[in-house]
Design a protein around this ligand. Structure first.
Ligand code: DX5
Ligand code: ZN
Length: 217
């Protein structure tokens, strides 16, 4: 297996969320990606702390929480308490980046900086010694089911270069518009952890999709 796959629960059927989670767990998911949106940082509202706390009981998969919220420092402790194993916050959503990273790590959790398409991933370089992962958005954050923006491939390459400077300690995660057709673009640019919503949850055979994503072909 070359790549790790993180199904994004945003694309799941919430009327039977327990089965949806078991389905991807059995199909070989490595992480469960949880998209939290506040209606302010992005024009959409998804789910938050109580939902994450509830579904924590449904699975042993690590919870990879992607915060699309302003002022993330206010909520880090609560997301950790709800069961987050890694927390991504957006560079564009705050100005106290180091403080947020330190707060996440003070709980022994993985700190990840997320970069929107309009931001150069170069902004992450100065935090490289503290970060545990870099998340490059390949669509504008806020909605699942969008088309991958090819200009973001440059950010994946920059993130990989930053990772190289750390001896490849920091994996590069990518998120948005990834499917069989676009997978090779992100893997060739250097992605290692692949977030996928619709292509997994809308498939009749999620295992086949996850296997395919893991092999990178
Ligand atoms: C977008 C989210 C993504 C999204 C991915 O703001 O961060 O995780 O749900 O979904 P697909 O794979 O459908 O683009
Ligand atoms: Zn996401």
């Amino acid at each position: 297996m070359k790549y790790k796959v993180a199904p994004s629960l945003l694309a799941a059927d919430f009327s039977c969320i327990n089965e949806e989670i078991s389905k991807v767990e059995k199909a070989g998911a490595d992480l469960l990606h949880l998209d939290v949106m506040d209606g302010v940082f992005v024009n959409n509202i998804s789910f938050g702390i109580p939902v994450i706390k509830t579904i924590r009981k449904c699975t042993k998969l690590p919870f990879d929480v992607h915060l699309m919220i302003i002022d993330p420092i206010k909520y880090i402790d609560q997301f950790v308490d709800a069961g987050a194993d890694s927390i991504s916050f957006h560079y564009e959503a705050c100005s106290n980046h180091e403080e947020v990273i330190d707060r996440i790590k003070s709980h022994g959790k993985k700190a990840c900086l997320a970069i929107s398409p309009e931001t150069s991933a170069e902004v992450a370089r100065k935090f490289k010694d503290k970060l545990d992962m870099l998340l490059i958005m390949t669509v504008r954050p806020g909605f699942g089911g969008q088309k991958l923006i090819e200009s973001t491939l440059e950010n994946i390459k920059i993130a990989k270069d930053i990772s190289r400077e750390t001896g490849y300690r920091i994996p590069v995660q990518v998120d948005g518009g990834i499917n069989r057709e676009t997978l090779h673009l992100v893997t060739e640019a250097g992605a290692e952890i692949i977030v996928v919503g619709n292509a997994i949850f809308s498939s009749d055979n999620p295992k086949e999709v996850i296997d395919y994503l893991k092999e990178g072909k």
